[in-house]
Design a protein around this ligand. Sequence first.
Ligand SMILES: [Zn+2]
Length: 399
Amino acid sequence: MSHFSLQARWVLPIERPPIAGGVVSIAGGIISAVGDRPSGDGPLYDLGNVVLMPALVNTHTHLEFSQLDKPLGRPGMPLPEWIRLVIANRQGAKQNRDDDILSGLHESLRHGVTTIGDITSKAASRPVPQPAPQLISFQEAIGFSAARVDSALTDIRQRIKSSHPPAALSPHAPYTVHPKLLERLVDLACKQQMPIAMHLAESPEELELLASASGPFRELLLERSMWDDRAIPLGTKPIDYLKSLARAPRSLAIHGNYFSAEEIEFLAARRERMSVVYCPRTHAYFEHSLYPLEQMLAAGVRVALGTDSRASNPDLNLLNEMRFVANRYSGIPSSRILAMGTLAGAQALGLEEKIGSLEPGKWADLVAVACDAECQEPEAAILHDSTVTAKTWLRGLLQ
Ligand SMILES: [Zn+2]
């Protein structure tokens, strides 16, 4: 097994303060020590003027759209209209989307992302060629009418069996998933100890559907012969879905653009098992009202970051998401934003024992970001300077 150490202008362990001239020692793809001098045998490589930190976690995306050149539709368009474009894109797509997934994996790795929470609408037809980022493959379930619950569940069970990366579950959204189907999927997540992710509180049109069984999503479902008058009781709110998701070992509420104070409090009280995934530039693409990020962080909600897909975002670069947050929320400390793109994502996916910070025993998944020779504030420099991802290591191997 190979032993070596990497020295950098700054090392950012994430759970501890930055170390000037820090050293990360690696043995057999695992971090063996983090400090100010090498530990153990093997050569010491000086990386020069870089900030060395844990590789990034893209907690939410849909890699099957990775070959799109630009987002679908136009900025500020209502979500139900955009969903129509997504459906048309999927129907026009080739049967096998492995190439799209591969393209997304390569793009992610180039940007220092080594773990991805991916939503997939079908099981992969072959294993992902290695080396590649670690993929947590959330199998998407759709079934809005009561009549569709059993068949949607059967389909999901099949896909879990044939899933090559570790499987997880994704009841798509309240406007596509019957509450009973959600309950059955949460049962399955509990039984198989899998994480479960659901798009939730994403748009005003979703809240309208839940509150009064009316609006553009009702129209869309009627048009597609998916509507069920009795699926959603009048007066339903996102918290009703959160209460179901709270039973799972790990659950991820994707977006949460319109969470109420009550919902934020509910999530904060369950932060060890429940996370929110904020997709900053996708949120901006739809021109939603201001994201309740400061309220969530102040309440203690665990917030991870995702790019969402290239159908609503220009790229899969998580560093760009963190920079977007830093620009928009000047009151949030840089260290907090960096933790959202690393450790919070690891915790959301149930992988905090392996990735997300530089600690002995964790995987040597690392990224080096260029910095100035005089850099005194490495966390701010990563988020505010126009530095680039210099190098990525996957289990100790330079990519
Ligand atoms: Zn999504």
